[in-house]
Design a binder for this molecule. Structure first.
Ligand SMILES: C[S@@+](CC[C@H](N)C(=O)[O-])C[C@H]1O[C@@H](n2cnc3c(N)ncnc32)[C@H](O)[C@@H]1O
Length: 468
């Protein structure tokens, strides 16, 4: 068993009483590995049909599965590159699952990197509405570019900003917000024992101050009748019930929506652990490693009653004038007229701006929506995130390979591949013009572009994502 700090164990013993021994025993077990399906690409039923590996459903997550990492190299499989799933510890799948997001919502993920929860929130939007995915750390936020890109997300603005700067632009804008706060990480000790050192160095107070700084800005960005989900991966009452108690006192227009009975293995919030008389905090959820199969988390769903915030926001697209060839090209790859009207040019890069986005000038933006491609002299080069956002039906040309075809790995390693004349006919590529962009996919799921010349496919896969 890992060496847990004495002061941590004393604190947990005081909290759990007779359950303490069971909690301790859970540290003799191995951490659990989980994956979550990309609900825009694959349903649980289709996943079973693909039978990539033996997986077992996580009981409280409709699209989440346990798998055995010793028999399945999940991040090496071509379906991982096709964005069919994200690797995520089971209890960490809970916050984005509990925060109900519907297509058309305006969603903020304030502390989002590397994107475990953003990928699920975006998938629930299914291309409609907007996701602002933010992380204060520009280095960590780079992972958002990749993970949202591989998932094929069309409507995400990716920023690296302070919560205060965002709230100056987005006051009252979002109807769903996730604050997956920086925390002392006590729930990660079994999976990543290295975190213990960090815990000893900073303690819980350092993170509690950060949470109390971040959360009021999030509440300011919440609209009338909006929902905010606060979560951490720590057991510390100060960082959980304590932060909720703080924000309820500061904003009387907030109420707790109880979600503690959504699954039998959920424990409720414990206001008594911080000496609070706010009974509604019991509606929060605590996930413990001795009560369910996962590492540990806390979450609380808040609802904002009426406010007097502005209700309407003007979209501010600096619409680009497309050439006839560009327009024809983009239409042939499935862009609708409504989407063509939301294209903006930054330098030579073309972006599809999410619908209903206010003026975001002045913010530190990493990606203005879907990066569609580059306008080069006399030609247009579609991008890798654009490839991932297409379906087979939307694609002008699609070369469908089998997931275990050896050319798939060659393609993902950025090598040139060859096709037979029969394959060209079968995939309706025999009439394609010389040098045409074609989408290479596996069993109907896109991977990236190539350029067809005879029976040779020149590789256009994004080198930064290539298989090593
Ligand atoms: C628990 S992690 C987020 C994990 C992420 N939600 C996921 O599911 O992949 C917390 C994140 O908060 C970020 N962070 C720390 N302080 C912040 C702040 N003041 N504003 C926004 N993000 C912050 C950290 O860089 C870190 O990436």
């Amino acid at each position: 068993m890992i060496n847990l700090p004495e002061s941590f164990l004393i604190k947990i013993k005081n909290m759990l009483g007779e359950e303490y021994d069971k909690f301790l025993e859970s540290y003799n077990k191995s951490p659990l590995q989980g994956l979550r399906l990309n609900r825009t690409k694959v349903s649980p039923k289709e996943w079973e049909r693909l039978s990539v590996v033996k997986t077992e459903n996580i009981p409280w997550i409709d699209n989440g599965y346990y798998f055995d990492g010793s028999v399945f190299a999940a991040t090496r499989h071509p379906y991982y590159y096709a964005g069919l799933y994200y690797i995520q510890e089971p209890s960490a799948q809970t916050p984005a699952n509990i925060l109900r997001v519907d297509p058309g919502d305006r969603v903020l993920d304030l502390c989002a990197a590397p994107g475990g929860k953003s990928t699920e929130l975006a998938a629930k939007l299914n291309g409609k509405g907007v996701l602002v995915s933010n992380d204060i750390s520009a280095t960590r936020a780079k992972a958002l570019l990749k993970n949202l890109g591989v998932f094929g997300i069309k409507n995400a603005l990716i920023t690296s900003e302070t919560p205060k700067n965002l709230s100056d632009v987005f006051k009252g804008y979002f109807n769903k917000i996730l604050v997956d706060a920086p925390c002392s990480g006590e729930g990660m000790f079994r999976k990543e024992p290295a975190i213990i050192k960090n815990w000893e160095q900073y303690g819980t107070g350092y993170y509690n101050d950060l949470q109390k700084d971040i959360l009021p800005n999030a509440v300011n960005m919440l609209s009338d009748d909006g929902y905010l989900l606060y979560s951490t991966c720590t057991f510390s009452p100060d960082e959980n019930e304590g932060t909720i108690n703080y924000i309820l006192t500061m904003f009387p227009e907030l109420e707790v929506i109880p979600v503690n009975d959504s699954y039998e293995g959920f424990d409720s919030g414990h206001p008594e652990w911080i000496g609070s008389d706010k009974e509604e905090i019991r509606g929060a959820v605590r996930l413990w490693p001795h009560k369910m199969e996962g590492e540990g988390h806390f979450l609380c769903l808040l609802h904002k009653k009426k406010t007097d915030y502005p209700k309407y926001f003007e979209t501010n697209v600096k619409r680009v004038k497309l050439s006839n060839e560009e327009e024809a090209f983009l239409k042939s790859w499935g862009l609708t007229n409504e989407e063509l009207a939301r294209l903006e040019l930054h330098g030579e890069k073309l972006y599809l701006i999410p619908e209903g986005l206010p003026d975001v000038t002045g913010l530190r933006i990493l990606r203005n929506g879907l990066y569609v491609g580059d306008r080069k002299k006399g030609r247009f080069e579609p991008s890798e995130p654009f490839a991932m956002s297409r379906t087979k039906d939307e694609s002008k040309y699609f070369l469908d390979l089998d997931a275990d075809d050896e050319r798939v790995v060659k393609y993902l390693k950025c090598e040139t591949i060859e096709v037979t004349k029969d394959e060209l006919v079968k995939n309706k590529l025999d009439k394609a013009e010389k040098g045409a962009f074609i989408l290479i996919g596996i069993n109907g799921f896109p991977l990236g572009f190539g350029k067809l010349s005879g029976t040779t496919v020149k590789n256009k896969y994004f080198a930064g994502w290539r298989m090593m």
